[in-house]
Design a protein around this ligand. Structure first.
Ligand code: PHE
Length: 335
């Protein structure tokens, strides 16, 4: 029996070492360890062995079973490793990968981000208001009487219920003062709407940035200092600024601002409206709030508003405003 065990051991280990795949390995397991396998039938031979020889032969058989079992396990691990290695051989790590197309920020968004960052450094918070507004927020509270041409239905988008798409972002000034006590210092970037014929320099929707600072003792010098600093930050230290007297119903005095900067093509460009908040606006806020926190005798403020679209166009030398909204990838990929 001992020689039988040795022959079987040699046969089993030799065969297991030579199998080429996991199917063959499983077949070998069944052949040696299975219910009617070679080792099992050898064990059944124990019945005919003399009693005193049984412990010794039993141990030899056990050793054989164990040796075959671990040979099977080792071979299985080897086969797995070989399969892994084979799958990597075909992998060329020097080939270029497939990249998701990375987008970039719209030129308008880039300008808006820079402008917002600059005003935040000066302590302005960001405020927001709805695009669909009441006539009160868009006109009445801004000292713009019913017969004012800005209210002309031909120029503005009215809804059947009398509300309208805001024609400027000055509406946000009113909403902020209605809801917050002074001091307030906000900017409000957002969309404004006018019934303009669409052409190379006009769209029916454009982007404005409103600013408002109301507190005791705010002066025209604060307005000039704030905006001059802003334009120099945005367009370079050589930027020249000119305040030209103008009229807005909601500011007094009022100015239009022209700026001259190499970054904007080296020409004077009309850019923004601004002025000191008209006492009539502060009075409208007082009656709406039912208190005197915005009494024009105790607080004063400045406001400004400018369009971002034309600025972005001049900065990036974009010839037609419609390019900003056409979503043509050939255009957008340049930024
Ligand atoms: N709302 C004005 C416009 O749309 C701009 C402006 C804002 C002027 C604030 C003065 C003060 O033209």
């Amino acid at each position: 029996m001992e020689t039988q065990v040795e022959t079987l051991r040699a046969e089993a280990l030799g065969e297991i070492g030579a199998v080429a795949d996991r199917q063959a390995l499983e077949a070998a397991r069944v052949r040696f360890l299975g219910k009617s396998g070679a080792i099992t039938s050898l064990s059944e031979g124990m019945r005919h062995v003399a009693k005193e020889d049984r412990p010794r032969l039993g141990k030899i058989l056990n050793d054989l079973r164990q040796a075959v079992t671990s040979a099977l396990e080792e071979r299985e691990i080897r086969l797995l490793e070989e399969a892994d290695a084979a799958s990597v051989v075909a992998l060329d790590l020097t080939l270029p990968g497939t990249f998701p197309a990375a987008g970039s920020l719209h030129p308008l968004t880039q300008l808006l981000d820079r402008a917002v960052r600059c005003f935040r450094r000066m302590g302005f918070a960001i405020a927001d208001g709805p695009d669909i507004e009441t006539e009160w927020h868009c006109f009445d509270a801004l000292n713009t009487p019913p017969d004012h041409p800005a209210r002309n239905e031909q120029d503005t988008f009215y809804l059947p219920d009398g509300r309208l798409l805001r024609s400027h972002t000055s509406t946000v000034q009113i909403r902020v003062m209605e809801n917050c006590p002074p001091p307030v210092r906000i900017i409000a970037p957002g969309a404004a709407y006018r019934r303009d014929e669409v052409d190379a320099t006009h769209l029916a929707q454009f982007t404005q940035m409103e600013g408002l600072y109301v507190a005791p003792g705010v002066s025209l010098a604060d307005l000039k200092g704030t905006l001059e600093f802003f334009f120099r930050e945005l367009f370079g230290p050589e930027t020249e600024t000119q305040f030209r007297p103008h009229f807005f119903p909601f500011t007094e005095p009022s100015y239009e601002i022209d700026i001259h900067a190499e970054a904007l093509g080296g020409q004077w460009m009309e850019l923004a409206g601004c002025g000191m908040v008209d006492p009539a606006v502060l009075e409208a806020i007082c009656s709406k709030r039912g208190d005197r926190l915005y009494d024009p005798e105790s607080v004063s403020g400045f406001a400004f508003g400018f369009g971002l679209d034309r600025l972005a166009m001049n900065l990036a030398r974009i010839p037609d405003i419609r390019m900003l909204v056409e979503n043509d990838l050939r255009f957008l990929k340049q930024f």
